[in-house]
Design a protein around this ligand. Structure first.
Ligand code: FPP
Length: 246
């Protein structure tokens, strides 16, 4: 039986986050330039977005470009930015047709002007879509996000808009780039690496981690459904005992 049929749609993860890894290795294995791997990666992005929408996942977040990725060769950075712009242009219709809202997190001011403009346009055009929120993490790093969060809270304390005693977990949540998103339930990383790489450190506190050796350009919705099925067969205790859950 296909994994899709095995999934319990009443117990879906509310928020799935994905570290899309392995584009470079995929290209190298086939004797292509790394850029070809990234291009193929966009096919996987489309398939996984579609898969999430089909079964009713409400939030999908993709690690598309990290703060550390700026250190890659300029040609590769340019390719990734160009792919972002062309994908946004190409996919706006699919997002609209499927009622998907685009969202972006990260230090977005550091993106090239063209990418910022395209992103803003798609975010605005899809703002009232309700079926799913697709979040792209761009120029994103969790430590940068937390630094930004501490600075904004401190600013409010300094201006007497907030007292120190009022700072709790919900205040911190409200000052993160992910302020409107629920905690991550399931974090998937492809390509066999078992690391978090500075992605959503606060938000994955109770996430189930799923690692697969499949390289990102080969990842398809059936692989996503397998990850969700695996997630549904785990016991999430949130610090409690099995008996308490029962
Ligand atoms: C990791 O593979 C992937 C990235 C750094 C970029 C991810 C980008 C895409 C899938 C395409 C663009 C996405 C959107 C949303 C338009 P890697 O290069 O680190 O692979 P390696 O570890 O094998 O070298």
């Amino acid at each position: 039986m296909a994994f899709k049929e095995k999934i319990n749609t009443k117990k879906l993860p509310r928020h799935i986050a994905v570290i899309m890894d392995g584009n470079g290795r995929w290209a190298k294995q086939k004797g292509f330039l790394r850029a070809v791997g990234h291009e193929e990666g966009t096919t996987a992005v489309r398939d996984v977005v579609e898969g999430c929408a089909e079964i009713g996942v409400e939030n999908l977040s993709l690690y598309a470009f990290s703060t550390e990725n700026w250190n890659r060769p300029k040609l590769e950075v340019d390719t990734l930015m160009r792919l972002l712009v062309s994908s946004l242009r190409k996919e706006i219709k699919t997002l609209q047709d499927n009622n998907i809202r685009l969202n972006a997190i990260g230090n977005l001011e550091t993106l090239p002007k063209k990418a910022r403009k395209e992103l803003k346009e798609v975010i605005e055009k899809t703002a009232s879509n309700k079926r799913m929120v697709l979040t792209l993490a761009l120029s994103y790093g969790s430590r940068e996000e937390l630094t930004h969060c501490v600075k904004s809270i401190s600013d409010k304390v300094k201006n007497k808009e907030l007292s120190i005693d009022a700072i709790d977990e919900s205040v911190i949540n409200e000052h993160l780039y992910t302020r409107n998103l629920p905690d991550v339930d399931l974090l998937i990383r492809t390509s066999g690496e078992q690391r978090i790489s500075n992605f959503l450190l606060w938000q994955i506190a109770y996430a189930e981690l799923y690692f697969t050796s499949i390289l990102w350009p080969d990842f398809r919705k059936e692989n996503l459904f397998e990850a969700i099925y695996n997630y549904q067969n785990r016991e999430r205790r949130f610090g409690k005992t099995s008996e308490q859950l029962g």
